[in-house]
Write a protein that binds this ligand. Sequence first.
Ligand code: ATP
Length: 398
Amino acid sequence: MRIGIYGGTFNPPHLGHLTSARLALEALGLDRLIFVPTSVPPHKALPSGSPAAEDRLAMISIAADGLLMGEKVSVDDLELKREGRSYTADTLRVFRDRFPEDELWFLMGSDMFLSLDRWHEPETVCALARLAAFARSDGDDRAVMEAQAARLRSAYGARVELLALPDTVEVSSTRIRENIPAERAYLPPAVYGYILRHGLYDTHADLTALSDEDLRACSLSMVYAKRHAHILGVEQEAVKLARRWGADEELARRAGILHDCTKYLELDEQLQICGKYGIVLDDLEKVSVKLLHSKTGAALARHVYGQCDEIYWAIYWHTTGKPDMSLLEKVIYLADYMEPNRDFPGVEELRKLCYEDLDAALLLGLEMSIEELNERGVPIHNNTRGARDWMLSHRKGS
Ligand code: ATP
């Protein structure tokens, strides 16, 4: 296996790190890439006011997950757990022990590469891993990089590959830290959302008064990246449906953005949030994360993000539905069901019906949902049956 190790302070991780990681993965044909956030970097002290190690770990984990490469890309916190300074030589010893048969590559940008002879035990670094170095900016001089490669080869027998990555992103964590939020475009939105939620880098945002963009970033930071497309799809579809049927577009947007924000919380965390905000649960809800996430998502929308009652209830009922749904509740339920990323037999018919007859679409959606749950042998919540019966009688009466 070819394993790349990408160390850094990641304070915060930015598109320069991610673009170079993605391109290096391809250029070197890596089977795995491991980001290693450093605790106390030997070559530079962390600036005062830097986030705690756990926040840097969380940010690089969010960024790595955003590459959407599954287990191929991971984060290892071995340096954060180690006492004292983080020496790459020590880290590479651990990886060499862990992967005795594999080819290790240590990845680094030009600034690190050009200073490598001044690192602790450069000979060990060069012996334990191959080095892959790349430019951080278009201005980096190739001849200087080549001269350094030659020096390292002759001094330490280094095995060096200079990668000419097709894209460079000229940015540093320092620049971002000093100019948040102006430089936020260089951050994956989910990383920026994490920064806002935790008030890092003196952002101190009022979470109850966020713009749509910042609210979206916060929501994306709370879930795995594989769910991002769905959340964005629900937002987009909810706004379109609201426009079509005369619901409030902004409320639809915000409910769409937040509807799944607690999707990946564990059962005990979900129950804790319900307890905290006085949400009464029935027996089925108490054991089902799938049913709980709509309740807890609603709770955080109201209590953390300051959203209004209409949004609260639209999120609250988005999984089960219920009798007597409001227009916004119907919009969010259906947007969640048939947003553009959904793909199941009958979805096209449902999509079409959503724009012709909203109640007929709701009835169809509820029936499809009941049928699908029955097929999978999953217990059906009373409110879903109740919603279906309400829609049936409502339509008969009309
Ligand atoms: P700071 O500004 O705090 O010094 P940084 O932006 O240099 O941070 P680090 O986390 O210290 O980021 O860097 C980790 C690794 O990522 C280093 O090997 C560095 O060369 C590389 N790197 C940083 N920024 C870029 C970039 N824009 N393009 C390519 N590689 C980069």
